[in-house]
Design a protein around this ligand. Structure first.
Ligand code: SAM
Length: 204
């Protein structure tokens, strides 16, 4: 219900202002335009904040497959120095923790990185089973024994992803402002932050 003395229009204006302010506060979102040719859709600032908390609570060395907004928003310097962002976009190629990686050649990964990461984050540019199989191959190669996985895609990929990576859907749904359909987050462990509803998402 609208608060007393205010109408729905005011409340929507407030929410829009808040989300603009949150976006301004995130330096990755402020500086990095989405490139439609690479199917780049960034998570919202609030979704990034929640995922960063979850990552910082669970990882000492993480691999970010096609999830640059998360890597570049890390606050924990030691974790950031230990972690790597894997993506095809050359705009980050001068960054020491960037690995130029193309999912079409998924296991073309330096041997020193095999089974080296305790958390892998994934958000591919496509949702097809063929593309997911390639991301799963890379994930299995990167992950240390007992390692954790967080990924986002459409809910309908749940069965396939359970088979490939033993992940389960989470309560927290990501906000991806420019994407037309709602994604689901999946993880292979009991997550604290992802067990709560995301207030950015209309409850269906
Ligand atoms: C849907 S976006 C996911 C971004 C994520 N939501 C975030 O906020 O960081 C897809 C990502 O895949 C990357 N990408 C596109 N083509 C790729 C390829 N052939 N191999 C690896 N990554 C690719 C894009 O550059 C982009 O970072």
């Amino acid at each position: 219900m609208p608060e007393e003395g205010r109408n729905v229009g005011n409340i929507i204006d407030d929410q829009t202002r808040e989300s603009k302010e949150a976006k301004q506060a995130n330096s990755f979102l402020r500086r990095t335009l989405e490139n439609p040719n690479l199917n780049q859709y960034w998570y919202s600032a609030y979704t990034i904040d929640v995922l960063v908390k979850e990552i910082e609570d669970n990882a000492s060395k993480a691999a970010f497959l096609s999830t640059p907004s998360l890597y570049f928003s890390l606050n924990d310097k030691q974790l950031k120095d230990n972690s790597y962002v894997f993506d095809v976009d050359p705009q980050w190629q001068k960054h020491p923790n960037f690995v130029r990686w193309d999912f079409n050649d998924p296991v073309n990964i330096p041997e020193c990185m095999w089974h080296a990461f305790d958390l892998v984050l994934i958000d591919p540019p496509f949702i097809t089973p063929e593309v997911w199989s390639k991301y799963a191959e890379a994930t299995i190669l990167l992950l240390a024994p007992g390692g954790k996985i967080i990924l986002s895609t459409v809910q309908e990929r749940g069965e396939l992803l359970k088979q490939l990576l033993k992940v389960e859907p989470q309560v927290f749904e990501p906000s991806i402002p420019k994407l037309v359909y709602q994604y689901t987050l999946f993880a292979n462990y009991q997550s604290r932050h992802l067990s709560l509803h995301n207030p950015e998402i209309y409850q269906h």
